[in-house]
Ligand binder design. Structure first.
Ligand code: ASP
Length: 343
């Protein structure tokens, strides 16, 4: 039986084409995708498309779009072997991260891709990205199961785990990296899958469940030289915030000043969740290494290990949406739920 893939277009550069009347870039009609990318006809794959309305620049992404995406995948889950989501690159890592936590029991590929140049311009990277993403979404192993039953990002020949990815170049075709996790696959003459790394579902035939209630009462605070107690206090002790992602230096270090530690301590004692995530692109938080990290731990700050900021945000939105019990959230935060943390 031939595989089937649903291509979901949310917006972004990839779906643009030059309007010959005025030379501007406009989204093209995705139901005509095979006319734009005739190479897709060469696959023995049934392709359908779904276009969001309105199409957005991904800088405008809101959690409500993630809920719509997750529910669409849920509703069409039995009709397709895999899903390709065309998305702007700017927030693709946030969307892929959050979807990985929202889609519980996932046993089919959900492959995000996009491009740096529109699909309708001669040097586009969009065709290559789309064609490989479709091939990966349709791929099955010898037992007939999906090769990559994960939420991932395909970009410039690499398949990355969604919740490990980050956009690191505003210009290069090679725009995404997952510094703390090797690629799940590499596309060359063949697509080479890193099977040992790819996660498998506990049950292949389990029902897909969607965690559709997201609690967005989360702030991100990047520690920097010259930070003031006023700004720090207003973010960390804001009553409208349940959790703060604290982006620290190196292996999880921050100011050792009394006011800084006191504000954190006060917030943690008041039940707030403060998660320590490193500003570095690779490596992990280790609050036992330096005195400046150890004092954060003593104040009640949790270690985010080697999680990305994007994944920390999505994980918190989902966990906070699941329960009002911050203690339970803290326990789950330090656990690897879907490949976002190294053991
Ligand atoms: N601003 C665009 C977006 O993220 C850039 C892109 O599509 O790559 O939607």
């Amino acid at each position: 039986m031939i595989s089937s893939v649903l291509i979901i277009y949310t917006g972004g550069t990839i779906g643009m084409k030059e309007d010959p009347t005025d030379g501007t870039l406009k989204p093209f009609d995705f139901s005509q995708i095979k006319e734009e990318v005739p190479e897709l006809n060469k696959f023995a794959v049934r392709l359908d498309s779904y276009t969001f309305d309105p199409l957005i620049d991904s800088s405008d992404v809101e959690p409500s779009l993630w809920v719509s995406l997750a529910e669409l995948i849920h509703d069409r889950y039995d009709d397709y072997d895999g899903f390709v989501i065309l998305h702007g690159t700017d927030t693709m890592a946030y969307s892929a991260s959050t979807l990985s936590f929202m889609l519980e029991g996932l046993a089919k590929p959900v492959v995000f891709t996009g491009s740096q140049l529109p699909i309708g311009v001669p040097r586009t990277d969009g065709k290559e990205n789309l064609i490989s993403a479709v091939e990966i979404a349709a791929a099955k192993d010898e037992t007939g199961h999906a090769r990559v039953p994960e939420v991932c990002i395909f970009f410039d020949s690499k398949l990355l785990r969604g919740n490990r990815s980050t956009k690191f170049s505003a210009e290069a075709f090679n725009a995404f990296a997952s510094p703390n996790c090797p690629p799940l696959a590499q596309a060359g003459i063949n697509i080479r899958y890193n099977s040992d790394l790819i996660r498998k579902p506990v049950y292949w035939d389990a029902q897909l469940r969607v965690q559709s209630h997201l609690d967005t009462r989360v702030s991100i605070l990047k520690v920097h030289p010259g930070m003031t107690p006023q700004v720090m206090r207003s973010i960390v002790t804001d009553p409208g915030t349940r959790a703060v992602i604290l982006e620290t230096y190196g292996s999880g270090n921050a100011l050792s000043k009394d006011w800084f530690i006191d504000i954190l301590k006060e917030a943690c004692e008041g039940g707030k969740i403060i998660l320590n995530v490193t500003q570095c692109q690779s490596g992990t938080v280790n609050m036992d290494l330096y005195a400046t990290g150890a004092s954060l731990k003593q104040a009640g700050v949790l270690s985010g290990g080697d999680i990305t900021t994007e994944a920390a945000l999505g994980k918190l939105f989902c966990l906070l949406g699941r329960t009002e019990d911050n203690k339970r959230v803290k326990t789950l935060l330090e656990k690897d739920l879907c490949g976002e943390l190294s053991k």
